[in-house]
Design a protein around this ligand. Structure first.
Ligand code: SAM
Length: 254
């Protein structure tokens, strides 16, 4: 919540944050990202979790992000998950400058609504196809979200797709064994593409949706985000798929 005498930030208005639908994820954007996760100013993003003057408890690691929403768009999933997991830090990575700014402002404004609202969620501009190990250490994350990723229908643009053979080892690096990747799309061909890529990778295994009956995230995958709501309004079907990070295979004999 805003301190006494300090004005709570206002929720952003979308009309000031409009941007072209697609940014090229392979282009050299002028993005700022830390050289290493420990160089990031996490306290600036999550001040409620790093109170000034509070000494770190010896032997206890500082709070760390556990959930990442890759291509979080306007931040709807983080808004929905923040009160469900109030002690869990979650970060959205969004490539488009104005969209990332909107999501960040929206989450900060939410904090004015009271404890447990948005304090654990933040968004930064970043390229999930290039910078994941700059933000997260090995095995740091327990959940990753790829909701309605851009389908890039034309074959020459398939290499712009977020799920691709080069990204999967990085997802496997930042996600801990047992961690989950949640995907959903309204494009059947992209769904098959994602299932095939994860299915072929030795670090991932598809989880039957029936196994995740009690998981409060599952029912929100298709409805919490702006893209999901658009699809819902249009009455189009959606295709969720969830993958578990398997344990590392034993090292090869030398
Ligand atoms: N997940 C959000 C939702 O469901 O509303 C946004 C979906 S939108 C179709 C896809 C988003 O992914 C866009 O905002 C786009 O800018 C972002 N994006 C695409 N490639 C990205 C990348 N390499 N890194 C980070 N964000 C990316």
């Amino acid at each position: 919540m805003a301190e006494e005498g300090e004005e709570a930030p206002q929720p952003p208005q979308k009309r000031f944050y409009r941007q072209r639908a697609h940014a090229n994820p392979l282009a050299d954007h002028t993005l700022r990202y830390p050289a290493r996760p420990q160089d990031m100013d996490w306290a600036r993003l999550f001040p409620a979790f790093f109170p000034p003057g509070a000494a770190a408890t010896p032997g206890e690691p500082p709070p760390r992000v556990e959930f990442a929403d890759l291509g979080c768009g306007y931040g709807g999933l983080l808004v929905a998950l923040s009160p469900l997991f109030p002690r869990t830090l979650m970060l959205g990575l969004e490539l488009r400058l104005k969209v990332a700014a909107f999501a960040g402002t929206r989450l900060r404004a939410l904090r004015g609504a009271g404890p447990g609202r948005g304090h654990n969620a933040a968004c930064v501009r970043g390229n999930a196809m290039r910078h994941l190990p700059h933000f997260f250490t090995k095995g740091q994350l327990s959940k990753l979200f790829l909701l309605f990723p851009d389908p890039h229908f034309k074959r020459p643009k398939h290499r712009w797709r977020l799920v691709n053979a080069a990204l999967l080892p990085e997802l496997g690096f930042v996600l801990r064994p047992g961690g989950l990747v949640y995907t959903v799309t309204d494009v059947p061909e992209l769904h098959r593409w994602m299932v095939a890529h994860f299915g072929e990778h030795p670090l991932f295994q598809e989880v039957p949706l029936a196994e995740l009956d009690g998981d409060p995230v599952v029912s929100r995958l298709a409805t919490a985000t702006e893209e999901g709501r658009k699809v819902q309004r249009a009455g189009r079907p959606v295709y969720p798929a969830i993958f578990r990070r398997l344990p590392d295979p034993p090292p090869l004999p030398v």
